[in-house]
Design a protein around this ligand. Structure first.
Ligand code: ADP
Ligand code: ZN
Ligand code: ZN
Length: 808
């Protein structure tokens, strides 16, 4: 008798499909297989085998096995099923998200927008409605494969139409088609770098060359040749050659990623733990399956605790998983693990090439590597005997995957620990309200590290009241004075401003004209060095003009961004070295590390940037941390705004005074009376005071927000506004009609327009499902799941985000 295989397919369809297994195929659960699906062949994953078919439908045969070794085992499959059930995501999509891309293909063809494509969205230059939809998707999510685009556009277009449209867009020069080859290990990569003469290139003929230069400036002056070509199109390659001949750029090479990863920090040996660290280490090492909240002030030596617990776990022969928010931002933590554990660590993150990723994956499965460090996707590495899970900076929002399967890696780490029967450590100086509440309720065990491991305490936060000050400068006299004193004493400073670009508004005082994104309706942000106005949501841009095209009045520039703060600082402190770190200067691979290294190793005195500058860095010479402004973050219409502001300022403050010299922290605000700022100024990381959490909890309880309720955000998006509204209303009505016996425990709110009401040409509406009891909520959501199933090509996209991080 021929057995049958249930195969999960990575499409927005919920059920697995049954196939016949040809006698010669020795299939096991976990095998990646090729199967016929409609007119196509797709990769799917075997999730069960049986001897009898489900019913008497005509079944097709499995075509082939992709890899003779199963891609996952029974324990992992249980984890995948849990994720699929909790996040209401098709099992096939969960598995496809979890496995390295190399399981799907040797090389990938990816699509990126070219400047002409970005322009075409604004001008609607007759490319046809279908191609326009595909183009918007590529502009919003550069670098997707054809299959990825088909999946995203499942509600709008058939796969055939997506394929045809891609052909049209490529032929019209609107998108660039690139191939990501699996690179050989140790391969060298061609790089290009500005020589500093780019200002002389102003009247350089040739749009290509000018485009390449602008792109290089934006990317921080240095990039891989391939990155430039991906973004500017294939003509960029010869333009780079011409620029090099004229001396505007220099060509070079760098080692591929693997070499950088192997770079070890100074040989690191175990430190003598202080009392609090020792108590924390002992509690974790003695535990078999607890979840710990390691709540330690910035610089309290949490990493040293992770390292020593990991050491104990490795000694018992088990494996260790360490999750970090974004690997490029935490080179120091990786370096310390590498220095302590050498070759037995595997590093997993999105910047690895598919082959490198697959190799790291196999090293873990073969137990060549027993410590895995990585961003959220490292959760899915094929551990055979996991003995410890660490989640560093557990409050960080980047643990949440924001498209596809919308999982939260910190929450899944806790689930993984339960399935694998091992302790889980969540570490932070600013725990999320969720984890804090879990600790308070006794579900997690809270371990405190109340003081720094280094000689100096965490500095107190000084507020600078900005009310009534002139608005033409972002820097207060207090801040300028503090910076001057810092430099005079030989110290360095980190300056935070939470918005990139030069200024958020360019306006005509004559007629009121201003720049908005044609696809998003949102104000374009001025990027002065690039000479462009840019949409931060979809990448659309316009060249900057000095005068209003309508009435010729000179434009005025209003507000601030990191680029303008940098300019002000340079003006106030001529000759002082300044480095800027934000999404613009860190667009190229390895640029985070380059900026951080330069800040440590050169005589640059100021690191200015967005929230990127507040993450876990340890620079003993930094004695001043300053917040130029976070008020706009506090005022965002989102229930986590206060929590995010509190965490960001606390984390930034934690960068100061980590060496032998005491630090100072200045925070400029117009909302000094808000409880967040009052608490920050009063408590300054005194862990015995829980006022912030108490006050924030009171507010959340009163307004029925998490962690005291559960939320699911149902997003309804479509290019046709009235059709989208209709779908949203109908969905709201059917959800409400299912509340039944859960009245009082389940609420359905909306539909309302999303705060960002239109993005990339799609109108956005939302429903919020709120549950007051976690169990009942989960059960109910499971029951209504079929209502969210996406109708193929209906033109309106419905997505569900369980435990959303924000409601924007
Ligand atoms: P956190 O992760 O809590 O911010 P780190 O682990 O980065 O703190 O530690 C801050 C600094 O203190 C690091 O330079 C680290 O080497 C040092 N450190 C940690 N524990 C000890 C210890 N027990 N004795 C001496 N120095 C320590
Ligand atoms: Zn005007
Ligand atoms: Zn836009």
């Amino acid at each position: 008798m021929t057995p049958f295989a249930e195969v999960a397919i990575p499409l927005p369809v919920h059920d697995g499909f049954t196939y016949r297994v040809p006698a010669e195929l020795p299939l096991q659960v976990g095998h990646a297989v090729t199967v016929p699906f409609g007119k196509k062949r797709l990769t799917g994953y075997v999730t069960s085998l049986s001897l009898s078919p489900p019913d008497d439908v005509a079944l097709k045969d499995v075509i082939q096995v992709v890899d003779p070794e199963p891609a996952f085992g029974a324990a992992q499959l249980e984890f995948f099923r849990w994720i699929s059930d909790y996040y209401l995501a098709p099992l096939g999509e969960v598995i496809a998200t979890a496995l390295p891309a190399a399981y799907r293909a040797r090389s990938r063809v990816v699509y990126r927008p070219l400047p002409a494509g970005v322009e075409a969205i604004a001008t609607r230059s007759g490319i046809g409605a279908d191609a326009e939809l595909v183009l918007r998707e590529i502009v919003a999510h550069p670098g997707r494969t054809r299959r990825g685009l088909e999946r995203m556009l499942f509600s709008e277009l058939s796969a055939d139409v997506v394929g045809k449209s891609l052909g049209v867009l490529a032929a019209a020069g609107l998108v660039a088609v690139g191939t990501i080859e699996a690179r050989a290990p140790g391969a060298r990569v061609a790089t290009v770098e500005l020589t500093g003469k780019e200002n002389e290139a102003i009247d350089l003929g040739g749009a290509r060359m000018r485009g390449v230069l602008a792109r290089l400036v934006e990317m921080g002056g240095r990039a891989d040749v391939d990155e430039i070509v991906e973004r500017e199109g294939s003509g960029a390659r010869s333009a780079i050659g011409r620029l090099a001949e004229r001396g505007f750029v220099r060509l070079g090479e760098r080692e591929d990623r693997r070499a950088a990863m192997g770079e070890r920090g100074a040989r690191d040996t175990a430190k003598q733990l202080n009392e609090a660290q020792q108590a924390a280490r002992d509690a974790i090492a003695a535990s078999t399956d607890d979840v710990f909240l390691l709540h330690g002030v910035t610089g309290s030596g949490k990493t040293e605790v992770y390292l020593q617990v990991a050491d104990a776990v490795l000694a018992t022969g088990r494996q260790v998983l360490v999750l970090v928010p974004e690997i490029s931002l935490t080179p120091q933590l990786c370096g310390r693990f590498a220095a302590r554990f050498g070759d037995s660590i595997a590093v997993l993150h999105s910047a690895l090439t598919p082959t490198d990723r697959l190799r790291e994956w196999r090293r873990i499965r073969a137990r060549e590597a027993n410590v895995a460090i990585g961003a959220r996707s490292a959760l899915f590495a094929p551990f055979t005997d996991l003995g410890l899970v660490v989640v560093d900076e557990e409050h960080d929002d980047s643990y949440k995957q924001e498209d596809g399967v919308r999982y939260h890696a910190r929450d899944l780490a806790v689930v993984l620990g339960r399935l694998m029967k091992c302790p889980v450590v969540l570490g932070s100086a600013t725990p999320s309200l969720e984890s804090y509440t879990n600790a308070l309720d006794g579900r997690y065990r809270r371990l405190l590290l109340p003081v720094r491991a280094t000689p100096r305490p965490v500095p107190k936060i000084e507020l600078v009241d900005m009310r009534g000050r002139p608005t033409d400068s972002a820097l207060s006299v207090e801040l300028v004075q503090a910076l001057g004193e810092t430099f005079a004493e030989g110290g360095k400073a980190i300056v935070l401003f939470n918005r990139r670009g030069y200024a958020p508004t360019v306006e005509c005082p004559g007629c009121g004209a201003h720049y908005a994104c044609p696809s998003c309706g949102i104000e374009l942000v001025l990027h002065k060095k690039q000479g462009r106005l840019l949409c931060h949501y979809c990448g659309f841009f316009r060249n900057r003009e000095d005068r209003c095209p309508a009435c010729s009045t000179p434009f005025v520039v209003l507000g601030f961004g990191t680029e303008r703060i940098e300019e002000e600082l340079a003006h106030a402190f001529p000759g002082v070295g300044i480095l800027r770190m934000d999404a613009d200067t860190t667009a190229s691979r390895g640029s985070h590390a380059r900026i951080l290294d330069a800040f440590r190793d050169t005589d640059a005195r100021i690191l200015v940037g967005t929230q990127l500058v507040a993450k876990g860095h340890d620079f003993p010479e930094v004695t001043l941390a300053a917040v130029v402004g976070v008020d706009h973050l506090l005022l965002l219409p989102d229930f986590r705004s206060a929590e995010r502001t509190h965490a960001l300022v606390t984390q930034l403050a934690g960068r100061a005074g980590r060496g032998t010299t005491p630090g100072r922290v200045l925070v400029q605000t117009r909302h000094g009376d808000h409880f967040v700022f009052r608490e920050l100024a009063d408590a300054s990381q005194d862990l015995t005071r829980d006022h912030f959490y108490e006050e924030e909890s009171r507010g959340r309880k009163a307004l029925l927000y998490p962690p005291f309720t559960r939320l699911a955000l149902v997003r309804i998006e479509g290019a046709d506004r009235s059709r989208t509204v209709d779908v949203a209303r109908a969905l709201g009505t059917s959800l409400r009609s299912r509340i039944g016996g859960e009245r009082g425990r389940i609420d359905v709110l909306g539909p309302t327009a999303a705060p960002l009401g239109r993005l990339v040409g799609r109108w956005r509406f939302q429903l919020v499902v709120r549950g007051r009891d976690p169990q009942a909520f989960r059960r109910w959501m499971r029951g209504v799941r079929p209502l969210f199933a996406r109708a193929p090509h209906g033109g309106v996209r419905v997505s569900v985000d369980v435990d959303p991080r924000n409601l924007m």
